[in-house]
Write a protein that binds this ligand. Structure first.
Ligand code: 8YV
Length: 317
């Protein structure tokens, strides 16, 4: 159990049950309620032993520098590209995330987006709501059956997506820069452009960060081509958003479904006008079941560290 004497800085509003657990076990400092962070850091910075944040909030180094006794960051979400891991390692600060518990939900979101995109569900609903069915026929969509689903990032979530797409009788292919995974039967491409060329649907599910920044660039979009679709459930940073908008405007790809953006919650205005684009507000893991499991894991990591000095799902830094 926690120690009320321990001071915890919470980066932004979190899942309600997590907030309750935190409130009853620790002395909380809520970053979003602090008007003058500089004055707060002078007075309380040295008392903070732990930070609770999320993949979306991250933890900016400028504020971490003001917390000289920080030992641990417990982060909500599997992605932790919003924290500078080299900086944490240099200070010996531990980090935990919430892997695995969200694999199914994110995979279901990817499937929902792929189906929604190809059967034009959002567009079809707008058509019915606008009363257009009374006077016109809705245009046809495309089947998934027999098509190639290219997966960029065959990690745990990527594999969970692959299983579901295979159940829809799609051919599964994936990109991995190096050799194929020995235990995976799906078609391997060591060249992303070749995977894009072969794919009818290209699903992006790699971690964010410097290594994958704008991995999906103009060349990849050109290789995907006018009959194929892009689905991004990873991070906005992985796709060159300007190139994507220009490509869609030029009908260079058939459409896109995007759950993540370069500058959330800002979505490029041009995308809002396009009927062949499905836009969702970063809901990949957003189910009651999964968010509860994530909240529980964030708390389990924090309380395990506070009581025993160990993490349940620590990130190797
Ligand atoms: C969360 C995510 O929505 O796990 C991730 O990396 O992006 C999502 O599950 C996010 O971490 C913050 O809420």
């Amino acid at each position: 159990m926690g120690n009320k004497a321990s001071d915890v800085l919470v980066w932004g509003p979190m899942h309600a049950s997590l907030m309750q657990q935190l409130e009853s076990n620790y002395t909380l400092h809520k970053r979003w309620e602090i008007a003058d962070l500089d004055a707060w850091a002078n007075e309380h910075g040295a008392s903070i032993k732990a930070v609770v944040t999320s993949g979306v909030y991250g933890a900016q180094t400028a504020l971490l520098e003001r917390l000289p006794n920080l030992e641990v960051i417990s982060s909500f979400g599997v992605g932790y590209d919003g924290v500078d891991t080299a900086y944490l390692a240099s200070r010996g600060i531990k980090l935990s995330n919430t892997p695995d518990v969200l694999n199914n939900s994110v995979a279901e979101t990817a499937m929902a987006l792929m189906l929604g995109l190809t059967r034009r569900i959002s567009e079809a609903e707008r058509f019915v709501r606008a009363g257009k069915w009374l006077t016109a026929k809705f245009p046809l969509g495309n089947d998934l059956t027999g098509k190639t689903c290219g997966i960029v990032g065959l990690g745990k979530i990527g594999k969970t997506i692959a299983k579901r797409a295979a159940a829809f009788e799609m051919n599964i292919a994936y990109y991995r820069r190096n050799a194929a995974y020995p235990d995976v039967a799906y078609t391997h491409y060591g060249d992303l452009l070749e995977l894009a060329k072969a794919s009818d649907y290209l699903i992006v599910i790699v971690p964010g960060g410097a290594e994958t920044k704008q991995l999906i660039n103009q060349q990849v979009l050109d290789a995907l081509g006018p009959k194929s679709f892009l689905i991004n459930v990873a991070r906005g940073s992985v796709v060159d958003e300007k190139a994507l908008v220009a490509t869609l405007q030029a009908s260079g790809i058939a459409g896109a479904a995007l759950d993540v953006f370069e500058d959330e919650p800002n979505v490029p205005a041009a995308l809002l006008e396009m009927d062949n684009v499905v836009l969702t507000p970063h809901i990949g893991s957003g189910t009651h079941e999964t968010r509860q499991a994530m909240a529980d894991l964030v708390f389990a990591n924090l309380s395990s560290y506070m009581s025993e000095g160990t993490l349940v799902t620590g990130v190797a830094l």
